[in-house]
Design a protein. Sequence first.
Length: 502
Amino acid sequence: RSSSSTVYPGKLGADPSPSCIALAIWTWLKPRSVKSPPMYPGCLPLIGHGYQLVGDEKHMFKCEKQINDFCLQNNDLIEIRLGTHSVFVLTDPDDCLTVANNCLEKPYVYKYGDNVYGRGLVTTKVNIWKTHRKLLNPAFNLNVLQSFVGEYCRQAKLLVSSLASEAGKGPFDIQPYLITNVLKTAYRTTFGTKVDENSEILKTYSDATEKLLMLMIGRMHNIWLHLSFIYKMTTSGKESDKRANIMKGITESVMNNRKSELKAANQRDKIGESATDDFVPLLDRMLDLTDKQDAFTDDDIREHLDTIVGAAYDTTATALTFILIVIGSHHDVQEKMYQELKKVLEHEERDINKHDLPKLVYMEAVIKETLRLYPPAPRFARTSNIDVKLKNYTLPANCTYAISVYGLHRHAMWGPDKDQFVPDRWLDPARLPKNPNFFAAFSLGRRNCIGKLYGMMAIKTTLSYILRHYRIHSDIEKLETRCDLLLKPVAGHFITLESRVY
Ligand code: HEM
C-alpha cells in the first residue's frame, strides 16, 4: 500500500462540503488513468450513475444486480460514480479480503446514522472501534451465547403460538411475526428487560428504528441530501432527529433503571446474578466493564446497545424469511431438516438446548446455502486514507470500496450450479470453492459481524420450533427481491402454514 499522490475524481471521504464538490467537479475534467478498472456503462458528467439508481426498492436491486454482473464479467473490479464520487465494486475473493482487512474505516454514507448509532461498532471510527471491539468480543463468545439459548427457545415458542392463527388459512406475510420475534429476543439479551408482545415501548422503539433506517436510505439515494447543512433543514432531517431522540430517550431510561436496580441490590460485583433468569444481558456486562475499567461513557453504552439491536433484528428476521420461502418450495429439503431435528431431539417433545444446536448439521447447510443465494446484506463498504494495492490495480485513497457479497456468492468459483439451491455442497468440502474467502454473508476479515454466531444460533432455534409445529409451503417462482439497506423479499406473503403433529 502506498501513500496517495494523485488527485482522483470524487475523493469525498467525509461528508462532502461545497469546496470538496467544486474540487470534484474540477477534477472530473481530468482524464482517467489508463490503469483504472473498467467504468460501468452510462456514466454522465457530474451526475455519474446516480440517475440509474432512481426508482423504487425493486428497481434499486435490479440495478445492483446488473452492476454485480458487469463486475463479474470484467475481472471482478469495476468503477461506478455517485455524483462525482468514485465507488469501486469488488467481487474477487482475495481482493475483497484485502480491502476488508486493510481498510477498516467506513465511508461517509455510514455517518447518516450518526444521530443514533455514531459510536456503535457498525459506524464508529477505527481508533475507537479497535478498543471497543476488543472489549465487546467476549460478550459474544460461545459460553455467553449458549446462555441465551433458553431465551431463544422462549421467544420461539411465543412465535409458534402467535402463528397458530395463520395456520391452514392460506398465504400470509410472515415477516412482521419474525421481526417481532427477533426484536424481542435481541432487546431482551441486550437490555435485559422483559418485553411483552404488545409493549408500547417495543412498538415505539421499533417504529423509530424502522423510520430512521428509511430516512437514511432516502438520504443515500438523494445526492443533495448528502450535504449535512441542506439535510438538517429538510423535513426528513428534522424527522430523523425526532426519531433519534425517541430512541435515545427509551434506551437512556432502560439504562438508568438498570443502574438504579443494580445499585440498590448492590449487585454490580456479582454480574452472574442478573435480574434475568439464566443469562447476563449485554447492558450489565458493559456497566460492569465501565465500573472496573472505566471502559465506556453513557453515550457509548447507549449507542452500542442501539446498534446491536438494530444490526441484529432486521438481518436475522430477513434471513429467516428467505429460509422459510426457500424450504417452503423444497419439500424434500424441509423433510430432511425435520427428520434430522427429530433424531437430534431423540423423538422427544422437549426444548432444544445448547448441545443440540451443533448437531443440526443439515439445517446449518440449508441456512448457509440460503444466505449464499440471498445474503441479507448484499454488500458492505469501506474506505481508506491511503491507496490500496490489489492484485491488478491500486485503488486510490478516500474513495468508496464496495464489496459485493451478492457477486462473491454467485461467482464462477461456485461451479456451474452457482445459481441453484444446493445445501449438500456445504456437507462436502470438495464441492466448495478452493478459495477460502468465498462466503461473506457476515462480512469478511477483522471487522466482520460480531453477532454471526448469535444469528446462527437464534435462527437454528427458531427454525427448530417452526418445523416441529408446521409444514411450510411457498412458491419460490413468485419470489421478487428488493433492496432498502438489506436484500428482502418484495413481500413475505408467499408462506402458507399447515399444522403438523410432532
Ligand atoms: C443473519 C443475520 C446477520 C447477518 C446476515 C449479518 C451481517 C452483517 C454484515 C454483512 C456486517 C458488516 C456490515 C458492514 O460492514 O457494513 C455486520 C456487522 C455487524 N453485525 Fe451482523 N449480521 C447478522 C446478525 C447480527 C446479530 C444477531 C448481531 C447482534 C446480536 C449483529 C451485530 C453486528 C454488529 C455490531 C456489526 C458491526 C461489527 C463491527 O464493525 O465490529 N449482526 N453484520
